[in-house]
Design a protein around this ligand. Structure first.
Ligand code: ADP
Ligand code: MG
Length: 323
């Protein structure tokens, strides 16, 4: 049994959602029945990811509802990108303190804008009263054996990352400090770009991949553990935006880039002979891809300064239950 929003009732909210959903031919039964039915194409495998956003943990309390909607879907699509899966469907579980139709409409502006960009159809969900929390599940498709997993990195691989790192964490740090916030850093915090096309293209060449949500060193560490290898990363190579460079001194910036998190960029490993292909994928997808290090025998991720000295972070990345 669940508690439901009062006033406008839960069914009004669900109807507002249903009315705006764009169809896909492979949705046999969408919002309205006890469950949805979708047609998985013959010979394809289903890839499933879920992520929850809690107010104050995953976004600042003053985040615009449209940005919350965008981010709730974006962080999930980022997981599909990291698996090299083609997004298809999603579900949305909303826990809201009140049945606020205006909030929902704005939330849907961001959520459905991103869904349309990737032809993802919302096929169901749940709507209950409770502390603000948004849980999205996405479903994607991949040909058997083509998914990009964490456990395929090999000694001698090169380590790459998409886009730039540290922008979202830089924006969040400015927000926490209570002063001026650079608009482009805040935009990267509120509206991450899931690297779907890049992930799909990388399936042909990458050995392992992950999306950077908790911080580069932490997430690359997951690849290392799953693949039973180590990694070395050069701080000076980490891609940086003009905004982050302008806002932070180098040492602070390196910490944001290496451990900040909320980047939703892809980190992946490839054999050295793949450089030309990576260059082509970067050009075709319009996404910067930067070589930042290499996979070595051993375990763990080591970061080095330009001078070649080991760099030890205060923390490798975000951990929900730490401290
Ligand atoms: P049930 O009691 O069978 O779980 P609900 O009243 O929770 O039914 O939901 C009715 C229909 O509305 C279902 O098809 C469900 O998937 C859909 N739905 C409920 N909440 C949402 C939501 N937040 N987003 C999308 N679909 C939703
Ligand atoms: Mg339900």
């Amino acid at each position: 049994m669940s508690e439901h929003p009062r006033g406008t009732d839960e069914f009004d909210l669900i109807e507002r959602i249903r009315a705006r959903v764009v169809a896909r031919d492979d949705v046999m039964l969408g919002i309205g029945d006890d469950a949805a039915i979708v047609q998985v194409p013959a010979g394809q495998q289903l890839v499933i990811a879920t992520d929850t956003l809690n107010a104050g943990v995953h976004f600042p309390a003053d985040t615009a509802p449209a940005d919350i909607g965008w981010k709730a879907l974006a962080v999930n699509l980022s997981d599909l990108a990291a698996m090299a899966a083609q997004p298809a469907w999603c579900t949305l579980s909303l826990s809201l303190p009140h049945a606020d139709a205006a909030w929902l409409d704005a939330f849907l502006d961001g959520f459905l804008d991103l869904a349309a960009q990737h032809r993802v159809t919302l096929v169901g969900g749940d709507t209950t009263r409770g502390p603000p929390s948004i849980c999205v599940t996405v479903h994607g498709l991949v040909a058997p054996g083509r998914a990009l997993r964490r456990d395929g990195a090999r000694v001698g691989d090169e380590v790459w990352v998409s886009g730039t790192l540290g922008d979202a964490a830089g924006g969040l740090a400015q927000w926490r400090a209570g002063g001026a916030i650079d608009a482009s850093l805040r935009a990267r915090l509120d509206r991450p770009t899931p690297r779907i096309c890049t992930g799909l293209a990388l399936a042909e060449v990458a050995h392992a991949g992950i999306d950077v949500s908790d911080g580069l060193l932490a997430d690359l560490g997951h690849i290392c553990r799953a693949s039973d290898v180590g990694a070395q990363v050069e701080l000076a190579r980490l891609p940086v935006s003009a905004a982050l460079r302008a806002a932070y001194a180098e040492s602070e910036r390196h910490a944001l880039q290496a451990t900040g998190g909320d980047d939703y960029e892809l980190c992946f490993t490839t054999p050295p002979q793949a450089r030309a292909t990576i260059g082509r994928i970067a050009a075709e997808t319009g996404t910067a891809l930067t070589r930042i290090g290499r996979i070595v025998a051993g375990s763990g991720v080591q970061a080095f300064t330009a001078a070649g000295t080991a760099w030890i972070p205060d923390r490798a990345g975000y951990a929900h239950f730490a401290g």
